[in-house]
Design a protein around this ligand. Structure first.
Ligand code: PRP
Ligand code: URA
Length: 208
């Protein structure tokens, strides 16, 4: 399943991210906010389980708590920019990290870090990365998580293009993909067009 969010707040904040004049600080802030809006909607069908609490006036109330443990997996570096937006809503979520980078010449993906919390294999795993371009980084991440036995993986990105979306959907039909929007194409350097540039650089201010 591929779900593309359509919401005026997301669209307006995304436009801010695309603007080359947006500062690193504003970029991070808007990315945080979009991620919160997306994850709020993404978890709409998430199952809860009963939790009984006693209210201050001595009554017992059967309410709800989240059913499964939630683990956020940012693909380093740029995925880090989406972690706080989820933690703001789900502070108890755990965070695993996977370090991947795309070689600028060959576009091949290299893994340099992998540390995932020790949780049940049916935990709710949310892989986050702003960009789904060729799909190589997401593919390697999901493959690794599946090899580790994780059963319930979702992919949350801001921008995606057909090439990356089709790669993930065909290789992992059980992995739902959530996007803020779908962009037109990739350029000759496999950058998303119109896109927002290099997400990692814009979050961390590594290049002008
Ligand atoms: C970017 C981005 C994704 C990847 C997407 O990361 O954050 O991880 O490229 O491209 P793909 O779908 O073709 O794999 P990059 O490799 O530039 O590393 P960085 O986050 O450290 O800048
Ligand atoms: N990675 C980025 O950061 N931006 C793109 O447009 C494609 C891959």
């Amino acid at each position: 399943m591929v779900k593309i969010f359509s919401h005026p707040l997301i669209d307006a904040k995304l436009t801010k991210l695309r603007d080359k004049n947006t500062s690193n600080n504003e970029f991070r802030q808007n990315l945080d906010e979009i991620t919160s809006l997306m994850v709020y909607e993404m978890l709409r069908d998430y199952k809860t389980k009963p939790l009984v609490v006693e209210t201050p006036i001595g009554h017992f109330f059967e309410g709800q708590q989240l059913d499964k443990e939630i683990v956020i997996i940012p693909i380093l570096r740029a995925g880090l920019g989406m972690v706080n937006g989820i933690l703001n809503l789900i502070p108890q979520a755990r965070v695993g990290h996977i370090g991947m980078y795309r070689d600028e010449e060959t576009k091949q993906v290299f893994e340099y870090f992998y540390k995932i919390p020790e949780v049940s294999k049916d935990s709710y795993i949310i892989v986050v990365d702003p960009m789904l371009a060729t799909g190589g980084s997401a593919f390697h991440t999901i493959k690794k998580l599946k090899n580790d036995g994780f059963l319930n993986i979702k992919l949350l990105c801001l921008l995606g293009v057909d090439r990356g979306i089709n790669k993930i959907s065909s290789e992992f039909p059980d992995v739902d993909i959530y996007l803020a929007t779908k962009d037109k194409e990739l350029n000759e350097n496999d950058y998303i067009v119109p896109g927002l540039g290099d997400a990692g650089d814009r979050i961390f201010g590594t290049k002008k």
